[in-house]
Design a protein around this ligand. Structure first.
Ligand SMILES: *Cc1c(COP(=O)(O)O)cnc(C)c1O
Length: 396
């Protein structure tokens, strides 16, 4: 019994569940690859699409379906298709909605593998991509062509937490006959619901905050019945990057605590951002929740809270940044994010290491930049772990 009036947190706990005759309270895990039919006639009807029901778990699975319906409810979408990874969600969206000769206008501040997918693989099939600055709608308008079909962004961006104005870009995309696709991995529907702001499709890497505890790889596409329920689903069920039922079950448990966790990640990130801004070894802090963030007003309008990712710059370039990272004892040195465990990264030598120094400079990723994905430990403990290296730097 899903309720249209439910808030996002309630949807995360309740939406999509249909109990079996066993009366189980929690969501059951259906580990089955295929399904049986009462008769040859029923099998024939199901294969012909004349009667609904499961055939094979590459197509549908009850645990996966519960995850899809719950995430769709949280994002206020008509349909959701779960995928094997976030990258499979992006690939399936492109395969489902594009054809040779089509064009994508994309924010240039997107996940590294997404850029590789666009430039190395989609390019082979005659799909061109133009990259534009996330914050500049005029550049998006100028890059659009008659054959532009998708406008693609992440907001906030990684690692500098720049924002794209979803409403403005949605209007721009629609005026040109295109679709706006938002990778909502950083905010999750707990903090930002792009479809309610005019976006057409939302993409997730469930691997990050939806799992929230670093266990499973998965993804999802949310949107309307025609584009997602038919076009993207058609690719998934045929090509096969479907979500495993076990992972769907883990992600379902993640959705139940997602709103609570995102509030906690955000509260700790804001406290740390404010502390870092006052630290003598830190020259700049990038966090949408700070009044000093150039798009703070947009963040307040577009998001319910500011999220768990922040970046800061230290004087002294890579040596100083590495010193701060290596002085931590608790925080995990890893490029992953969206975990209960706080992670720390040096983007210039890891996630952005393949870019040339010029490209990195254009992206604003300096050698002294450090990215923090704030976890759920006591904020005082995270601060103390960072202070060790920062205080040493400040002392010179
Ligand atoms: C991690 C990530 C992806 C890719 O997701 P996988 O689950 O690793 O395939 C896509 N977009 C963003 C913003 C990400 O952080």
């Amino acid at each position: 019994m899903d309720d249209e009036d439910w808030g996002t947190a309630t949807r995360g706990v309740r939406a999509g569940q249909r109990r079996t005759e066993e009366g189980e309270h929690a969501e059951p895990l259906f580990l089955t690859s295929s399904y049986v039919f009462a008769s040859a006639a029923e099998a024939a009807a199901r294969f012909a699409g004349e009667t609904p029901g499961n055939i094979y778990s590459r197509f549908t699975n009850p645990t996966v379906r519960t995850f899809e319906q719950r995430l769709a409810a949280m994002e206020r979408g008509e349909c959701c298709v779960a995928t094997a990874s976030g990258m499979a969600a992006i690939l399936a969206t492109c395969l489902g909605l594009l054809q040779a000769g089509d064009h994508i206008v994309s924010s240039r501040s997107i996940f590294g593998s997404t850029t590789v997918l666009f430039d190395k693989y989609l390019a082979r099939f005659g799909i061109e991509v133009s990259y534009v600055p996330l914050e500049d709608p005029d550049a998006w308008a100028a890059a659009a062509r008659p054959e532009t079909r998708l406008f693609f962004l992440e907001t906030p961006s990684n690692p500098l937490t720049a924002l794209g104005d979803i409403s403005v870009l949605a209007d721009l995309a629609h005026a040109r006959g295109g679709l706006l696709v938002v990778d909502n991995c950083f905010c999750t529907p707990a903090l930002q619901r792009p479809l309610t702001l005019g976006a057409d499709i939302v993409i997730h890497s469930a691997t990050k905050y939806i799992d929230g505890q670093g266990r499973c790889i998965g993804g999802a596409v949310v949107g309307n019945r025609e584009q997602v329920g038919e076009a993207v689903f058609g690719v998934i069920r045929t090509a096969g990057p479907s979500m495993s039922p076990f992972n769907a079950w883990v992600f379902l448990k993640g959705l139940e605590t997602l709103s609570l966790r995102m509030r906690a990640h955000s509260a700790s990130a804001l406290a740390l951002a404010r502390w870092l801004e006052s630290h003598p070894a830190v020259t700049r802090v990038h966090y949408p929740g700070l009044a000093s963030h150039p798009q703070h007003a947009l963040a307040r309008r577009q998001q319910d809270d500011f999220g768990g990712i922040l970046a800061f710059e230290v004087r002294g370039g890579q040596a100083a940044a590495w010193q701060v990272i290596d002085a931590t004892r608790m925080i995990s040195i890893t490029a992953n994010l969206g975990d209960a465990k706080t992670t720390i990264t040096h983007p210039a030598s890891t996630t952005h290491g393949r870019l040339s120094p010029e490209q990195r400079a254009a992206a604003g990723v300096g050698d002294g930049l450090i990215r923090l994905a704030v976890g759920l430990e006591e904020v005082e403990d995270i601060q103390r772990d960072l202070a060790r290296g920062l205080d040493a730097l400040a002392r010179g």
